[in-house]
Write a protein that binds this ligand. Sequence first.
Ligand SMILES: [Zn+2]
Length: 61
Amino acid sequence: MGKKEQKSGKKEIPKELFDILACPLCKADLEYTKDRKGLSCSGCGAKYPINDGIPVLMPPK
Ligand SMILES: [Zn+2]
C-alpha cells in the first residue's frame, strides 16, 4: 500500500507493452512471477524471462 512504481532500479515492462503481451503457446495473459524477474502464463504456466525490461517470449522447446 502506498508504493508507487519505481522508475529507478530494475526495469519493468511498460504498461502499454504489458497489455498486449500474450503467451505464444496458448495466447493467455501473462503475469509477473513472484520475484518479478520474469513472466508466467496464466493459462499454461509457461515461464518467460525479462531481459533488460523486454520480455523474451520464446516458447520452450
Ligand atoms: Zn500459455
